[in-house]
Design a protein around this ligand. Structure first.
Ligand SMILES: Nc1ncnc2c1ncn2[C@@H]1O[C@H](COP(=O)(O)OP(=O)(O)OP(=O)(O)O)[C@@H](O)[C@H]1O
Ligand SMILES: [Mg+2]
Length: 499
């Protein structure tokens, strides 16, 4: 018996039940009870099906399960043979979603059970609720119908499966966001939260990122392991988060790498401007307002705030009393303790707690990225493993990175000029940013050859400049050596004369 006719049969039986309800009062109680139990048996025999309804709204609030079911059925409708579908696009979605049109049926299979999904729209006028302004209101819902022997399985497993799958699809389709805490006073005044967001639409990917392919592969593997590591992290008792330190000279792709990571994992970005954070409690509040599956970024951490200077000053003080060799670890804990006492300020200890204190475990699946041009300026406590788990050096452009840029910008994978460029890149330090600038087609008539020659020219000039700088440096150091030699000789003579 087809599922449509079964549903029809069900509604007919329900109709008969209604008629029975009105005439039953004319029968004595015991007879009524018997007829009822017989009727139920008959109904179960002819219609052994259970139906679950999922409304779009429950108690005036939107029902999350409804949207998850919608997303889930969207993919099923495309794959299965439903004929009447609807395409809808919500404000926060990257692409449109396909859903069932009213009355259309989707049959799903799960653990041996056959499940029939239908979409329903009930329309009624607001007038019925006593208001004058008559405007039709739509009440949307989904129903699933299945054999009653699967009732436990559907409630215990199937619906959970639908919700989880639906959530994954929703996450994939949603628009990524980038948040900033650098908001105007008005923003806070209107109670809009600590973060302000816009859509994140950066085109960078790992394919377009120019760097050593082995290093790139290592990072991708690490990111995949992290994003799939929910069970692992809970097994080892670690908060599900990971820190990356990106360091290297300007224009080597640190910010581009952040965009590539966000696009790879489909995470949102929280761009944390430390200079806009008043104190440690402000930092904690910001952390509490971030969501899971996100990247918290602090760019140019060495310039953001004078966290390192503070420690250095304290170091000097302690040098007076403590032997320098023993100082480091015990000293740093003392500093942290005293910094903790400071209120109304953003301190290094506040930042350290932000990264891996107990509060950092609120929310899950979070990545923290610091970027800097001067790794050596950072406090070792800030970048130790566990806080910054992976230190990634973004270096000047080498031949492998150049090949990625040539492919991106010029669509060439080999060229006779490549060899010369390879040789020059081994001798000259040029950032991928500068290499990319030279490879950019300035007008449509230019071909790759012109761009490659431009790059060769730029590399030669950079080499000349580097040689000149080197010579000048050597000259200055030679001069200072001569002056030093002369002055020691002079002082020696003077001493001899004075004797
Ligand atoms: N490794 C790279 N791969 C691809 N493009 C790159 C790379 N490095 C730089 N670029 C290009 O150069 C521009 C500047 O790079 P980016 O902002 O990522 O550098 P950065 O390392 O963050 O520099 P800074 O230290 O000054 O912040 C980017 O828009 C990008 O187009
Ligand atoms: Mg940058």
């Amino acid at each position: 018996m087809g599922a449509i006719s079964l549903t029809e049969l069900g509604s007919k039986l329900a109709g008969l039940m209604f008629i029975w309800g009105t005439i039953q009062q004319f029968f004595p109680y015991t007879l009524r009870k018997r007829i009822k139990s017989f009727w139920q048996k008959l109904e179960n025999y002819f219609y052994p099906y259970v139906q679950i309804t999922i409304d779009e709204f429950t108690n005036g609030k939107s029902n999350d399960i409804y949207t998850q079911v919608s997303s889930y059925l969207g993919t099923k409708s495309i794959n299965k043979d439903a004929k009447y579908l609807k395409a809808e696009k919500s404000k926060n979605s990257k692409s449109f979603a396909v859903s069932l049109d009213e009355g259309e049926e989707i049959i799903d299979q799960f653990l041996g059970a056959k499940l029939s999904w239908r979409s329903h729209i009930e329309t009624f006028n607001e007038n019925s609720s006593g208001r004058n302004n008559s405007r039709p209101i739509e009440k949307k819902s989904y129903t699933i119908t299945f054999n009653q022997r699967y009732k436990e399985m559907v409630i215990g497993k199937y619906l959970k499966h639908v919700m989880e799958e639906g959530k994954v699809i929703e996450f994939k389709n949603r628009k990524q966001k980038i948040y900033t805490n650098n908001c105007s006073e008005d923003w806070y005044w209107y109670g809009k939260g600590m973060w302000r967001d816009i859509n994140f639409e950066h085109p960078a990917t790992f394919d377009t990122l120019a760097m050593d392919p082995k290093k790139k592969e290592e990072i991708i593997i690490d990111l995949i392991a992290f994003s799939k590591g929910k069970d692992y992290y809970s097994k080892v008792g670690k908060a599900w988060k990971r820190g990356y330190l990106l360091y290297g000279p300007p224009g080597t792709g640190k910010s581009t790498m952040i965009a590539a990571i966000a696009n790879f994992l489909n995470y949102d970005i929280y761009d944390l401007e430390l200079t806009s954070v008043k104190d440690n409690s402000g930092l904690k509040k910001l952390l509490m307002e971030t969501t899971s599956k996100s990247i918290i970024v602090i760019e140019d951490i060495d310039c953001s705030i004078d966290l390192t200077g503070k420690r250095k000053k304290k170091k000097k003080k302690s040098e007076e009393t403590v032997n320098e060799d023993q100082e480091d670890d015990s000293d740093s804990s003392k500093e942290k303790a005293s910094e903790n006492k400071e209120t109304g300020k953003l301190t290094l200890s506040g930042l350290l707690n932000f990264i891996d204190g107990i509060w950092s475990a609120c929310g899950q699946e979070r990545i923290i990225i610091f970027t800097t041009n001067h790794k050596d300026k950072l406090d070792p406590a800030l970048i130790r493993r566990g806080r910054m788990d992976m230190h990634i050096e973004m270096s000047y452009c080498k031949y492998e990175a150049f090949k990625v840029l040539a492919k991106n910008y010029l669509e060439v994978e080999t060229h006779p000029l490549f060899q010369q460029i390879q040789g020059l890149l081994e001798e000259v330090n040029m950032s991928p940013c500068d290499v990319a600038e030279n490879l950019m087609l300035k007008n449509a008539s230019e071909g790759p050859e012109i761009c490659l020659n431009n790059l060769i020219q730029a590399l030669k000039e950079a080499k000349k400049k580097a040689n000149k700088d080197k010579e000048a440096k050597e000259k200055t150091s030679l001069n200072s050596k001569k002056i030093k030699k002369f002055s020691t000789k002079f002082v020696g003579r003077l001493k001899e004369l004075l004797k």
